[in-house]
Design a protein around this ligand. Structure first.
Ligand code: FES
Length: 193
């Protein structure tokens, strides 16, 4: 695999072709916040919290570090006025869905995000898809999935599959950045008694 040389926050990084910007940053100990990323899962690129500024060929743009591959001579800034402002607005939108989420609150504090900026939509789910993808890709069970589309999109356990598999698993619980998953599970557990 070819070696790619790039810069992240002014530091030279030797990466392998095919690595993402997030992996390259992590390889030298630079932290980029993530919500929908998990090292055991395919890249998803849903939450955009990992957004960074990348300059290639004289052009600068915002990219999602967890899905964007490294490029030769790329210059990445993981914090800049633009990056921080974008993350702040994204966090404010996510907090409208899950105001009590501990990871979101911690990031909100770091980026000065106002959890009351947008009208509350207390679905308690930020649709990161970690639970759905973990169940499908790692467990290969598909006991939880997305239903509906657009603004009505949500996750739900599939009772016929969940009843025979989830009781002894629950590996998706700690992945959830909100409390929604556990609440949904408890609800389905109650309905199935
Ligand atoms: Fe990259 Fe969610 S962590 S888009």
């Amino acid at each position: 695999m070819n070696e790619i040389i790039l810069q992240i926050d002014g530091r030279k990084v030797q990466a392998k072709e095919g690595m993402t910007v997030l992996q390259a940053a992590q390889s030298i100990g630079i932290n980029i916040p993530t919500l929908c990323h998990h090292e055991k899962l395919e890249s998803y690129g849903a939450c955009r919290i990992c957004i960074v500024e990348a300059e290639t060929g004289g052009r600068t743009r915002l990219i999602a570090a967890c899905v964007y591959p490294v490029e030769e001579n790329m210059a990445v800034r993981t914090r800049s006025e633009k990056v921080d402002k974008t993350r702040k607005v994204l966090l404010e939108e996510l907090l409208a869905h899950a105001p009590d989420s501990v990871p979101l609150q911690a990031l909100a504090q770091e980026y000065g995000a106002d959890k009351d900026r947008f009208e509350k939509e207390p679905s308690f789910c930020v649709l990161c898809g970690l639970c759905v993808r973990y169940c499908a890709e790692v467990k290969k069970i598909n006991a939880i999935g997305f239903s509906d589309r657009g603004a009505k999109r949500e996750i739900s356990f599939i009772p016929e599959i969940a009843s025979g598999n989830c009781w002894d698993c629950k590996e998706c619980f700690p992945l959830c950045p909100t409390s929604y998953l556990q609440a949904a599970y408890v609800l389905i557990e109650a309905l199935m008694r």
